[in-house]
Design a protein around this ligand. Structure first.
Ligand code: RP5
Length: 164
């Protein structure tokens, strides 16, 4: 992990969410974005969750990526106690395939938004957070452009392989 002050907080309701949320961490490592990773549970550590959200901006965070499964209240509760953008990742559990997590995170009341990605979509959560930082960071915007070019090239390579 970077020794710079973290700009993005990656939090999750349980360490059992890490198998999904590690995708977000990998993207942030690849883009060289300083970040922190923490288990913060809306239900099991509610006071820590509120403290995390309330102090996030003053600690220098710009975006919070929050993943949770089942009764997935963490992203919405964090959004309620900070004005930083919160990106929610529905973590799929063994039952209900993550639809429960998705609906718990996406159906926020008007006034308290959570930018919800797809079930298990931790990669896109991190890319969205990077894009938010890139609004005011030209070097990061360049990295994002290169990433998109590589994505396009990888599709073309697959197409070429299909012609063989
Ligand atoms: C949620 O409960 C967590 O985000 C996790 O997805 C789910 C299950 O947690 P564990 O019982 O595996 O700790 O709050």
């Amino acid at each position: 992990m970077s020794t710079e002050s973290p700009l993005i907080g990656v939090v999750m309701g349980s360490d059992s969410d890490f198998s999904v949320m590690s995708d977000a961490v990998n993207v942030l490592v690849d883009f060289g974005v300083a970040h922190e990773v923490e288990v913060v549970s809306a239900h099991r550590t509610p006071e820590k969750m509120i403290r995390y959200g309330r102090t996030a901006r003053e600690r220098g965070l710009k975006v919070i990526i929050a993943g949770a499964g089942g009764a997935a209240h963490l992203p919405g509760m964090l959004a309620a106690v900070t004005t930083l953008p919160v990106v929610g990742v529905p973590v799929p559990l063994a039952r209900l395939d993550g639809l429960d997590s998705l609906l718990s995170i996406v159906q926020m009341p008007s006034g308290i938004p959570v930018a919800t990605v797809s079930i298990g979509g931790a990669t896109n959560a991190a890319l969205l957070a990077v894009a938010m930082l890139a609004i005011s960071d030209a070097a990061l915007a360049d990295k994002l452009a290169v990433y998109r070019e590589q994505l396009t090239a990888s599709v073309e390579h697959k197409n070429e392989a299909l012609q063989l």
